[in-house]
Design a binder for this molecule. Structure first.
Ligand code: PMP
Length: 432
């Protein structure tokens, strides 16, 4: 059975409209205007209509303080980091390393040596696949889940060019939740790693990763968590989870593009060989023999995006000021309200109805093609994502080519949800 839920009732959204009046008040109490005015892009018009940005899973928008930090860095503090005694270089280095310490505290790592800056979740996972991959042998197995993003599938397949690695895949139930019995049954003496997303970018399912990590550890297997869709929305504590690796991207959490984080337990990072070679990651180089730098620099070859890293600190300020509790509560409100209203639209099919779900709604309407639905929404100023969402194996499991996906961030409003529903009602009527 595919993890979808199909609309059963015809049209009458009257009750929903009453409910929305109460939720508008909740939006007022949260003072969303103060949050929204930090994001100038939200003032934009698309095809003459107010922009309603519902593609936050792909990337979130960026508050002015992040943009200003980038500008400030370029106009006052641009000198390469970790390059000796010059004042500006030292200032830039201090900013970068302050962000590293902050990120370590943010996710409760034991030390900033466990925080490696990368280009994004994709590079973080590739790093582990390449370096940890050295420890794997022909015939070893890695457990993934059917809901993984390509970023958590293809790097393990590339490892297969060096040796024969077998991927074991955990399926999902009708709600889009992982089949935990199947998960437990996949372990054997050849299992060398579990790599699983914290939150699905398609189904919104929040996976029981603490339990999954405990199961893996009971089998002596380390775990990598793809946290790209979790860190923007919820407090993550890597030590409480006991994750061995945890990867995420700044651009999905109100930060700049081109910055990612890989958290890794020191014991693994110390054992693992470097990922790339170059400047910054060495202690001593000769043509005969090279020694590597201490953690975390061993894994940071070349000039990092120190401008973006400094600006990431301001994105963390934004989240801290807003508060994860408020973010979660507000996004949950948007999710439940929008889902209930959508389910009253004839022909609506929602993919992913997990009990623990993030504010991501993947859907199709009747026989409408996801691309056409997305185009029609765009004409009404509503930016959603259409397609396979870099999760083709999941689409195959669902027996579909793609979906339309609406995903919320803290700056979205109930008023926007209402406009989205109204637009969907018009689209559904056109498709009838
Ligand atoms: N994993 C998940 C679950 C994602 O949603 C994404 C981005 N869509 C990625 C990995 C890849 O992130 P990035 O493109 O920032 O490297």
């Amino acid at each position: 059975m595919p993890p979808s839920s199909t609309a059963s009732k015809k049209g009458n959204n009257e009750a929903g409209r009453h409910q929305s009046a109460l939720l508008y008040i909740a939006d007022l109490i949260m003072d969303l205007t103060k949050i929204r005015e930090q994001f100038p892009i939200l003032e934009r018009k698309i095809k003459g209509k107010d922009l309603i940005y519902l593609d936050n899973t792909a990337t979130s928008q960026t508050p002015m303080r992040v943009v200003e930090a980038i500008e400030r860095m370029y106009t006052t503090t641009k000198a390469n980091v970790h390059r000796g005694v010059s004042s500006i270089s030292q200032e830039a280095t201090d900013l970068q390393e302050a962000t590293r310490r902050r990120v370590a505290q943010w996710i409760n790592a034991s030390s900033e040596q466990e925080i490696i800056f990368t280009r994004g979740t994709t590079e973080s996972i590739n790093l582990v696949a390449s370096s940890f991959g050295d420890f794997l042998e022909n015939g070893d197995e890695i457990i993934l889940t059917v809901m993984e993003h390509h970023a958590n599938i293809v790097p393990w397949q590339l490892l297969g060019r060096r040796k024969r690695i077998i991927l074991r895949v955990v399926p999902v139930n009708g709600r889009g939740e992982l089949d935990m019995n199947a998960y437990r049954s996949l372990f054997n003496e050849r299992t060398k790693l579990v790599s699983v997303c914290h939150v699905s970018n398609v189904l919104g399912t929040v996976n029981p990763i603490k339990e999954m990590i405990a199961t893996a550890h009971a089998n002596g297997v380390p775990v990598l968590i793809d946290g790209a869709q979790a860190v923007p929305h919820m407090k993550v504590d890597v030590r409480e989870l006991d994750a061995d690796f945890y990867a995420f991207s700044a651009h999905k959490m109100y930060g700049p593009t081109g910055i990612g984080v890989l958290y890794g337990k020191k014991k693994w990072l110390e054992m693992m060989p470097p990922y790339q070679g170059g400047g910054e990651m060495i202690a001593n180089v000769s043509f005969e023999h090279t020694t590597y730098a201490e953690l975390p620099f061993k894994f940071e070859a070349g000039t990092p995006d120190f401008v973006g890293i400094a600006a990431l600190d301001k994105a963390l300020d934004f989240i801290e000021e807003t508060g994860y509790d408020n973010i979660e509560a507000h996004e949950h409100k948007l999710l439940t309200y929008t889902t209930e209203r959508m389910m009253q639209i004839p022909g609506m099919r929602i993919f992913g109805t997990a009990a623990d779900k993030s504010a991501v709604i993947s859907f199709l309407i009747g026989k409408g093609h996801h691309y056409d639905i997305g185009m029609l929404l765009d004409t009404q100023g509503i930016e959603v994502r259409t397609g396979h969402h870099c999760a083709q194996p999941l689409m195959h499991a669902l027996g579909i080519e793609g979906t339309v996906r609406a995903s919320f961030a803290v700056y979205n409003t109930i008023e926007e949800a209402d406009k989205f529903i109204a637009a969907l009602e018009r689209v559904a009527a056109m498709l009838e």
